[in-house]
Design a protein around this ligand. Structure first.
Ligand code: CA
Length: 359
């Protein structure tokens, strides 16, 4: 019988061990040999310069804070506002609409606002199709997460709250949003036990995030959010932390075909006001074949990052040998891993206005 915890626990153990070694300082995997075709070595890391905001087009060409690297050129945010946003010449950035976000082009979607009666306060496991077995007591750890009053008018009465007061290296027992009916994936993407349904080529996830302690830093707070199949098969990655200067967002992709995978990290936002909600959108476009998926990240309606997916991790890293193939995406994973920050218990982040799906 399929046991998601057993399988993912093994995967997680390996992943976390490598992750901690390779990424403890937020750095990419150091490269000592030549880079794969299509990659450029900058500061001892192989990367795709057409995607790198710090090495845009060539090493050490840094885009400004109001620019994003697109096809090797630093481009102003003004040319890349999210739909529904408008350019503010006063603020020199795109400004989101104040209206409730409504993504009109998703063809297979879910939207969740965590409001009663569908979402009672407390555990979210088995509520409206969500899975979060750990916090319900049947996983690797009892994570500090659930539906809670946010006290923030833009989030209605309730939101999804999660901290990293308790962490583990496991995946399948963490918080997964209710899956969409179909999926997003390449022609050869594998599904394991998850229903493929109608398979499309684009996935979108969008949500608002706000600190649960709006007037003070929560040291050590870190939560990752990923487009996922439903078992920890993450195809991309955003990490949210709380620093002395405000909230920070980090992005990881996998560049090149190496084993172990060349995870490249980039801080894509710093100093976000922790007392405000921030709108995050990630789009994943999958294309058949390696090294060609496109991930875009918008923060507060500005396109801040164009990168690629984790497809080559699943294809080429022997850590994935049990299923050496790209995966489908059906849901959003909210994960509490890495070093625990017990002081965040009962707080952490609020997530709300969650929309995701395929198109
Ligand atoms: Ca691909």
């Amino acid at each position: 019988m399929y046991n998601p915890y057993k399988y993912t626990a093994v995967l997680a153990f390996l992943s976390v061990a490598c992750w901690r070694q390779a990424h403890a300082a937020g750095d990419s995997v150091p490269v000592t040999s030549t880079c794969d075709s299509g990659l450029t070595r900058c500061s001892n890391v192989c990367l795709i310069t057409k995607y790198s905001n710090d090495n845009c087009g060539r090493c050490n060409r840094k885009c400004r804070d109001t620019e994003v690297c697109i096809s090797g050129r630093c481009q102003s945010f003004s040319q890349s506002c999210m739909d529904g946003a408008s350019w503010s010449s006063y603020e020199h950035k795109c400004v989101c609409s104040t209206k409730t976000p409504y993504v009109t082009f998703l063809r297979d979607k879910a939207s969740v606002n965590f409001e009663p009666p569908t979402y009672p306060k407390g555990l979210i496991h088995n509520v409206d199709g969500w899975k979060a077995a750990g916090s319900a007591g049947s996983g690797c750890a009892i994570y500090d997460e659930g539906v809670a009053a946010s006290g923030y008018s833009k989030f209605g009465q309730q939101s999804f709250r999660i901290s990293n007061a308790v962490t583990s290296g496991c995946f399948g027992d963490q918080a997964f949003a209710k899956p969409i009916a179909g999926s997003v994936g390449e022609t050869g993407a594998t599904a394991d036990v998850f229903p493929v349904g109608v398979k499309r080529k684009n996935f979108l996830m969008q949500f608002d995030i706000r600190s649960a302690v709006p007037n003070a830093q929560q040291p050590g707070l870190f939560i990752s959010v990923s487009p996922d199949r439903g078992d920890g098969s993450r195809m991309s990655y955003l990490g949210f932390s709380d620093t002395a200067n405000g909230l920070e967002v980090i992005f990881y992709d996998v560049e090149g075909k190496t084993n172990p995978a060349n995870f490249v990290s980039e801080v894509i936002a710093t100093g976000l006001d922790r007392s405000k909600a921030h709108r995050i959108r990630l789009t994943l476009q999958v294309k058949d074949g390696p090294s060609n998926d496109v991930v875009k990240v918008y923060i507060n309606c500005n396109l801040v990052k164009v990168g690629t997916s984790w497809e080559n991790y699943y294809r080429y890293d022997t850590e994935s040998h049990a299923e050496q193939s790209v995966r489908i995406v059906k849901t959003v994973l909210f994960r509490s891993g890495g070093t625990a920050a017990p002081g965040t218990s009962g707080n952490g982040f609020f997530f709300d206005n969650l929309i995701y799906g395929a198109y």
